[in-house]
Write a protein that binds this ligand. Structure first.
Ligand code: BES
Ligand code: MG
Ligand code: ZN
Length: 503
């Protein structure tokens, strides 16, 4: 936390000055330094900088205390929202890290604190800085090729009576960005290192640091005893032992029903015997992002002391081809005895999740939310800046959409429905792990969701066993291109929204 301070001094390697489109700079803008203000105003008169969204201009001031100023555009004032602000903050940090400046100051415009409220503005700002400054470069052998970590960032223009709120928002933002970067790091880690056991150890580490989190791991033998035939079916083609990771955080009363978070933990998805073409196999190290999101959410919730009971269920294994792999045409048996015909071994996520959704029933959950990089179809539909949300529970959907608006992480409500449920019926088993509506794999995101929905039922009554929502994390990793506010790799989508949702 020493990294972030509130200050009145302009002293830094570079001062970040966010400006709206068309905003005229008066010599009072930087109240403490009229010469600096006047210099910037003169530079702006040249109209090289118009304040358009994410426009950057670096100025050399000729002053000792503040040798450089980075102007960053916020776009039109009336369009300011949490995304534009975070993107501007993130883009500034990445730009300046690129120049190897590690001691920065940033002016916080009054409009930002007014629009979001001081505490939230601080939290969002620090979060954007934290996420932007993270780089996955530990495998670069030359130190020079790595990004210099930020050392210090001072915030300017926080008035006396706002300081406490800003400080507490900064602290929250710091906790959140640590948890989110940890999740990104797990996902970025190459799959030979990031095995199911490695992921389980990461969860145990959280349990060690935060005593309010209890972690238990079910190995292959225990999963077998529980009858998790779908989970073990997927795992059987891999040389690596599967791990069913359970994290329990008790922040609420003992008697309070928990929110159960379920996350897909495929540490590498080759497709199995239904092997993916090479171009689709790269990036499949990210197929454990659902599990990593759950881990990060529980870590953040515990660190922030959120007053809720939360259980995380993370089935983790690899999907690999081999002599012992499960096969298309196989019929796997879920832990509740439901049978699944395998049409394609690449539709493995829903199989490991179905055992987790069944297992969730043991906790008599208040609600269940699952996270999974489940379908390419969802990415085809929404691209990589928006995730798909599936749920029949209107109050969960409303709350989730509202939370995502607060954080600027975007969700889009996609349908469940009879045609998708029909599509996964099987001639030879209770359900099939593939199905489409209208041929050619159409509606792949919704048929996958319908498969999951099947396992959220109480099979005795036919009613749903718990309120449930599914998030297809189609957007949780970036190619990096065209997104100057975050670096290549996993982006940690979902944790912030879940924390907002849970608090
Ligand atoms: N992990 C993939 C989904 C995926 C693809 C996530 C691309 C992110 C980016 C999943 O296991 C998968 O392979 N799904 C198949 C399902 C199909 C075989 C029904 C898909 O989407 O092609
Ligand atoms: Mg797959
Ligand atoms: Zn997968």
């Amino acid at each position: 936390m020493k990294m972030y301070t509130i200050t009145d001094s302009l002293k830094s390697e570079c001062l970040i000055l966010p400006l709206f489109e068309g905003e005229k700079l008066s010599k009072e803008t930087l109240a403490h330094d009229e010469t600096l203000s006047a210099g910037i105003a003169r530079a702006m008169e040249l109209e090289d900088f118009e304040g358009k969204k994410l426009q950057t201009t670096l100025l050399y001031t000729g002053e000792k205390e503040t040798p450089r100023v980075l102007l960053i555009g916020l776009g039109k004032k009336k369009d300011l929202n949490v995304r534009t602000w975070k993107h501007a903050v993130g883009a500034s940090v990445i730009f300046l890290q690129g120049k190897k400046y590690t001691s920065l100051a940033m002016v916080i415009p009054d409009d930002v604190t007014k629009l979001f409220g001081t505490k939230k503005a601080a939290r969002q700002t620090v979060l954007a800085v934290g996420l932007a400054s993270y780089a996955f470069d530990e495998h670069k052998s030359e130190k020079d090729a790595r990004v210099d970590p930020l050392k210090h960032l001072a915030f300017l223009n926080i008035s006396g009576n706002e300081k406490r709120a800003w400080q507490s928002g900064m602290e929250e933002g710091d906790v959140l960005s640590d948890a989110i970067n940890d999740t990104r790091h797990l996902a970025n880690t190459p799959p030979t290192i990031m095995t199911p056991v490695f992921l389980a150890k990461a969860a145990q580490k959280v349990g060690k640091i935060l005593p309010s989190v209890r972690v238990s791991i079910l190995g292959k033998a225990e999963a077998k005893k529980l009858g998790m035939g779908c989970f073990l079916g997927v795992a059987q083609g891999s040389a690596l032992p599967p791990q069913f990771i359970i994290m329990e955080y008790q922040g609420g009363k003992k008697t309070e029903k928990p929110t159960v978070l379920v996350g897909k933990g495929i540490t590498f998805d080759s497709g199995g015997l239904s092997l993916k073409p090479s171009a689709y196999m790269t990036d499949m190290k990210f197929d454990m992002l659902g599990a990593a999101t759950v881990l990060g959410t529980i870590r953040a919730a515990a660190a922030l002391g959120i007053k809720k009971n939360i259980v995380g269920l993370m089935p983790a294994c690899e999907n690999m081809p081999g002599g012992e792999s499960y096969r298309p045409d196989d019929i796997l048996v879920n832990m509740e005895g439901k049978t699944v015909e395998i049409g394609n071994t690449d539709a493995e996520g829903r199989l490991i999740l179905c055992d987790a959704l069944s297992y969730a029933k043991k906790f008599h959950p208040k609600e269940v939310i699952d996270f999974a990089t489940l379908t390419g179809a969802c990415m085809v539909a929404l691209g990589n800046e928006r995730s798909g949300l599936f749920s029949h529970d209107t109050s969960m959907v409303e709350k989730m959409m509202k939370s995502s608006e607060e954080t600027g992480e975007q969700l889009w409500h996609l349908p469940l429905g009879e045609e998708y449920t029909e599509a996964i019926k099987s001639e030879v088993a209770d359900v099939s792990n593939v199905g489409d509506v209208g041929g050619r794999g159409y509606a792949g995101a919704s048929t996958a969701a319908a498969f999951l929905e099947f396992f959220t039922k109480n099979f005795e009554t036919g009613e749903s066993a718990y309120p449930w929502a599914h998030i297809d994390l189609s957007c949780s990793y970036y190619g990096g291109k065209g997104k100057p506010w975050i670096r290549h790799g996993a982006n940690g989508f979902g944790i912030e929204t879940m924390i907002e949702y849970l608090s």
